[in-house]
Design a protein around this ligand. Structure first.
Ligand code: PLP
Length: 389
């Protein structure tokens, strides 16, 4: 089978592989607790489901405008303006099927052989995968535990060069749960001003899932907006991962190019899901608040429980819904621990190296599961560590 050389450089998300193995074990009769999943375990709010079902009945079953339905682009502009305290016009918004296509389309639009792209490591695996696939040089920005997994702005300044075409930021972060402060954002803004040809992708998909402090975005720096793309969406905030809907906010001149990529790839985002998206943004927000309340409670349970395990320490994540414990004292590579926990304890989690080389010595546990299951998983891991490690 002759494939293009770029396919050999395209990575993947190993979460899907762990899920497949866990499902196989379940078919064999094993009980598995799923703490590997990057999606809320809550249902999409009822009012949103109802709006989607009604839209289907009302005939929103055809192609729609490529950059998104005008009403949804307006609702997104309102939401981003309100939450970030800036003016946003609907012409700056492109709606796509999930948050991921914004990454994919932007990277296709700006990366090529010979340029560089700086991205957080540990970080969402698709960043590194796409940078490599497009022939650019991937420059990791290490996120360090001793820095509370926040990006070190001085270090970032030393990594950028005249060849850097793209800087990727992600706050709150997957997998570390770190959050950029207002001061970090202002200092990053000062650094990137020296690189006028640099594009910035600010992945803010967890912007509403934050427990300490507030969400801050580079979008508050007006002089950077020409080359800033804010990615956000519905998957996490409204438990809508399977609906496939997200958006980018960007310079209207870039909107034209991203829209052209969308026309080539998907034509448009499903029309009825976009009608549901308007309801998600403009309707009652109590389901989001309830989800946050439960995530906050689970966060305490899992972090406390992980810290009580022999050889494990865990910082309190400030956002998203992942704990990222240090397991170096257990004396085994993270990948081996991932396999052991799944095969022997029936607990599915992810090796930190799924998120890049700087994830060695860590595991990622998603707390998108009930307090009861989290406690059971911690108990099983405790037993395994005592008996085998
Ligand atoms: N960005 C980050 C940091 C994520 O963790 C995820 C999903 O896990 C995405 C983007 C993609 O979201 P979506 O499912 O909307 O494509």
């Amino acid at each position: 089978m002759k494939l293009a050389a770029r396919m050999a450089k395209l990575g993947t998300e190993t979460a899907f592989e762990v899920l497949a193995r866990a499902k196989q074990l379940e078919r064999e009769g094993r009980n598995i607790i799923h703490l590997q999943i990057g999606e809320p375990d809550f249902d999409t709010p009822k009012n949103v489901v109802e709006a989607g079902a009604k839209a289907l009945r009302d005939g929103f079953t055809h192609y729609g405008p490529a950059p998104g339905l005008p009403e949804l682009r307006e609702a997104v502009a309102e939401q981003v303006a309100r939450s970030r305290g800036v003016d946003v016009s609907p012409e700056e918004v492109v709606v796509v099927p999930g948050g991921k296509p914004i990454m994919f389309f932007l990277m296709l639009a700006v990366l090529e052989d010979g340029c560089e792209a700086a991205y957080p490591n540990p970080g969402f695996p698709i960043y590194e995968s796409m940078i490599n696939c497009l022939g650019a040089r991937a420059v990791p920005i290490p996120l360090r535990e001793e820095n509370d997994f926040a990006l070190d702005v001085d270090e970032l300044a030393g990594l950028l060069t005249d060849k850097t075409r793209l800087l990727i930021l992600n706050s709150p972060s997957n997998p570390c749960g770190g959050v950029l402060s207002k001061d970090d954002i202002d200092r990053i803004a000062a650094v990137v001003r020296d690189y006028p040809d640099l594009w910035i992708l600010s992945d803010e998909i967890y912007s509403r899932i934050i427990y300490e402090g507030e969400h801050h975005s580079l979008i508050t720096h007006p002089d950077l907006r020409e080359r800033l793309v804010v990615l956000d969406g519905f998957s996490k905030t409204y438990a809508m991962t399977g609906w496939r809907m997200g958006y980018g906010v960007m310079n209207p001149k870039l909107v034209e190019h991203i829209t052209r990529l969308q026309v080539n790839a998907t034509s448009c985002t499903a029309s009825f899901t976009q009608v549901a998206g308007v309801e998600a943004l403009r309707g009652p927000q109590d389901a989001v608040e309830e989800m946050l309340r439960q995530f906050r409670e689970r966060r305490s349970v899992i972090v406390e429980g992980l810290n009580a395990l022999p050889g494990v320490t865990c910082r309190m994540p400030k956002g998203a819904f992942y704990a990222f414990p240090n397991v170096k004292e257990l004396g085994r590579p993270s990948k081996e621990l991932e396999t052991m926990f799944l095969e022997k304890a029936g607990v599915a989690c992810l090796t930190g190296t799924s998120f890049g080389a700087h994830g060695e010595g860590y595991l990622r546990f998603s707390y998108a599961n009930s307090v009861e299951n989290i406690r059971e998983a911690l108990g099983r891991i405790h037993e395994l560590i005592e008996s085998e490690l």
